[in-house]
Ligand binder design. Structure first.
Ligand SMILES: [Zn+2]
Ligand SMILES: [Zn+2]
Length: 144
């Protein structure tokens, strides 16, 4: 199989979570192209996780950023509960229930992970995402 980015015919082909012009959410790429792509994490030497909207994030980076912000998780969560509408709160509650089944984490850590993940997917900082949620009084910025 050929690399869809450079056309070479490598021994090893990788599946990159990069959107194609035909709407397909993945791209077959050789190792060199994969490493040069936006879906590759230099820090961890790993290919990003792809999301249904075509954005990508390194899950190892997500976990590291979550780890650093854990002391603030409870503060972030209680602040969100103050500003969000009842519908948004309901959504967040069901989201963290789903998330915490997978990870076994508490609700504030699960929500923190949503925020960090969204930040990396949109190439912003978690603080920027939080400010946006704060300004919009809405969780849509981390959902979509
Ligand atoms: Zn290539
Ligand atoms: Zn990474």
């Amino acid at each position: 199989m050929r690399c869809e980015l450079c056309g070479s015919d490598p021994r090893r082909i990788l599946l990159l979570p990069l959107q194609r012009t035909d709407g397909r959410l993945y791209t077959y790429a050789c190792e060199e192209c994969a490493k040069e792509s936006s879906a590759f994490c230099y820090i961890h030497g790993r290919i990003h996780q792809g999301f249904s909207d075509g954005s990508t994030a390194c899950l190892f980076c997500v976990e590291e950023m979550v780890e650093v912000r854990k002391p603030y998780a409870l503060g972030i969560w209680s602040n969100l509960l103050k500003i969000l509408s009842p519908t948004d709160k309901e959504w967040l509650t069901s989201a963290y229930e789903l998330g915490s089944i997978v990870t076994g984490d508490s609700e504030e850590i699960t929500i923190l992970r949503f925020i960090v993940c969204k930040a990396l997917r949109t190439r912003r900082t978690p603080e920027e995402v939080l400010r946006e949620m704060d300004a919009g009084h809405s969780v849509t910025s981390i959902l979509l």
